[in-house]
Design a protein around this ligand. Structure first.
Ligand SMILES: Nc1ncnc2c1ncn2[C@@H]1O[C@H](COP(=O)(O)OP(=O)(O)OP(=O)(O)O)[C@@H](O)[C@H]1O
Length: 232
């Protein structure tokens, strides 16, 4: 399964486009990084793809997806286990997912916090709750909005392993991130967004050629593209 995106215009109010002409795809077995400065339009693009942006003209094709939101969504009166249980009941697969739930709780070191309330968790712990919910069920596609936010290095490594496994199983993964060092290592391709438009897209190699920085890092390349755009 793949994700096909052809957004003509999209935003929060009719006639006020925040993003325009966003076209790209994510193939099965691919991890694509959505990169851009603060306010560039990454989350807006992800919302458009998920069909929750108030105003959107264009076409998007996506299968049922796993989702990590930009900010953790925590229910005040639910314990950690109740969050997981609620999710499993919603998708109607408690039997099959309980083993996976416990596996993920162990992976992210939250197994001893089952009956605590995530409202009192740290930022990183809340982020782990979002990851557990997103990865409970095996999906063919994933939308991850800054999934590394607040994670400690061990959790980061665990998440990278999960992403690698999902890719190997053929998932199509779209991820927005500011962690360019990490993105550079794990993403197959990049979509660079600036001011609501696609500045450039491609593999790191092709992007390097575009800015004539043979050995440039993703950050170097992105900086050079932004600089060129400002002067253009
Ligand atoms: N709910 C909203 N209502 C109106 N405008 C919004 C809303 N959310 C975002 N915007 C605007 O849309 C533009 C793009 O924001 P978006 O959140 O997509 O950026 P981003 O690339 O995800 O940034 P960041 O890296 O800071 O998360 C910004 O100008 C922002 O002010």
């Amino acid at each position: 399964m793949s994700i096909e995106v052809a957004i003509h215009r999209g935003g929060y109010q009719e006639q006020e486009a925040v993003i325009s002409n966003i076209e790209f795809n994510v193939q099965s077995g691919e991890l694509v990084g959505l990169i851009g400065s603060n306010g560039a339009g990454k989350s807006t693009t992800l919302q458009a793809i998920m069909g929750v942006l108030p105003f959107m003209k264009g076409q998007v094709s996506i299968d049922v997806y796993g989702y990590v939101p930009e900010r953790p969504i925590i229910y005040e009166y639910f314990t950690l286990w109740e969050h997981i249980d609620f999710y499993m009941r919603t998708v109607g697969k408690e039997q099959n997912l309980t083993v996976r739930a416990h596996e993920l709780l162990e992976i992210f070191h939250l197994a001893d916090k089952l009956h605590e309330f995530p409202t009192s968790f740290s930022k990183g712990m809340q982020q782990k709750v979002m990851l557990i919910l997103a990865f409970l069920e095996n999906r063919s596609t994933y939308i991850l909005d800054e999934p590394f936010m607040g994670l400690d290095p061990q959790a980061m490594r665990k998440l990278l392993h999960i992403l690698e496994d999902l890719k190997n199983e053929g998932a199509a993964i779209l991820m927005s991130t500011h962690a360019l060092d990490t993105a550079e290592k794990i993403c197959d391709r990049f979509v660079l967004i600036d001011n609501g438009y696609i500045l450039q897209k491609g593999t790191l190699e092709t992007l390097r050629v575009t800015v004539a920085l043979e050995k440039g890092s993703l950050l170097d390349v992105f900086d050079a593209l932004l600089e060129g755009n400002a002067h253009g």
